[in-house]
Write a protein that binds this ligand. Sequence first.
Ligand code: BGC
Length: 443
Amino acid sequence: MLALGKNRNLLVLALLGLLVVAWTAWVPAASAAPAPAAPLQTLQTLHWWTSASERRAADLLGARLAEEGVAWKDGAIPGGAGVGADKVLKSRVLAGDAPDAMQLIGTALGEWAEAGLLLEIDKVAQADNWRSVLFPSIFQLVQHRQHVFGVPLGIHRINSLFYNQKLFRKYKLAPPANWAELAQAARVLQAAGVTPLAQSSEPWQIATLFENLVLAEGGPAYYRALFVAQTAQATADRRLLQALERLRIMKTWTARPVAERSWTAVVRQVANGEAAMVVMGDWAKGELNEWGLQADVEFGCIAMPGTDNYHLYSVDTVAMFASDYSHMPAQEKLASVAVRPSVQAEFNRLKGSVPVRRDADTAKMDSCARASWRTFARGPAQQVPSLAHRMAADQESREAIIAEIYRYFMDDRVTPGETQKRLDMILRGFRLRKRGSEAAPSA
Ligand code: BGC
């Protein structure tokens, strides 16, 4: 009995002990800061940020969203300028499996909005006062038929020329300010056995070089007439011929044959001194930084000679697919978080771009970003939309122009005059079709 009683007491004590242990283990947990909330919702994303710096920038967005209870489910499709992501998006939408958030830029945003597939984010834009915090042209860019469909992330400058400082110092070259100085630097480098220009044969990278030359040659008004309005006068203009001739001259500054390289591989050639210069959107800077190289130290970053006063832009925007609206809270959260001043500063520093906000702090930017942001801030007269990055023209005419420029660049037997004639013919065809379809409803 006694033995049993003793045992029972021991059992009670042991149970009490266990309870105390459990209690003490539980109490601090309950009184400490609340554990991170279980993810509110998952956001399936689709984008083409696959290089090291692009990844880091996308991860930052994911981390900031996680703090708000939204899990960023990453869907990265390789292919510079969205060549691969574009195709994946179309097939996913056809299969009824649209992502919740997609990197959709330029005219593509309006085209998808017109199809009625995108979520309107007017509520967020209104609550966060986008109309006054964003640059007016950025606010305009994210709207379609008076509704907001895009979340602006950052502004890239396409008229950027990066050069290897060591090589420039070695051959006593000053950063070129115009075509004559650029051509002179190329001659000096070539005479010394250095490849002046790193260049890929990917069509969008050739188009990048060409649109830079059109801007340098003709200025913003001519550029817009050729790529945005696509007028007959612009295609007949001798400035187009001149830009084509210069494109061919620049080809002679590259290593032959011009190989089909990713943009990271091309930028790498300048970083390691295999080539002296590259004309590339300033995501190149994000990548150079990621490799431990800094602007004004290991590499120089200037505007493409002849375009210093202009900003040839590509704005990164994300759009949301509406589907059954079940992801709307998470989608709206992304819209709000991405435009926040602190996220804008962090994201764009990693990405190589600059904030879309008028109140950005330029003191924390490097010289390259500061020049970009200040030039863009001067207003629409200075801002020029990139054709290569879907800012200037609809998909069809963009692709047709790029294909023609590619053909010309790759085959030295094709003359500038022939290419000018073909561009004129192609754009005339598009104009006629557009006029026809505009006239059709009233016919
Ligand atoms: C995008 C950038 C991206 C670049 C290279 C551009 O179209 O706007 O965000 O870094 O392509 O893929």
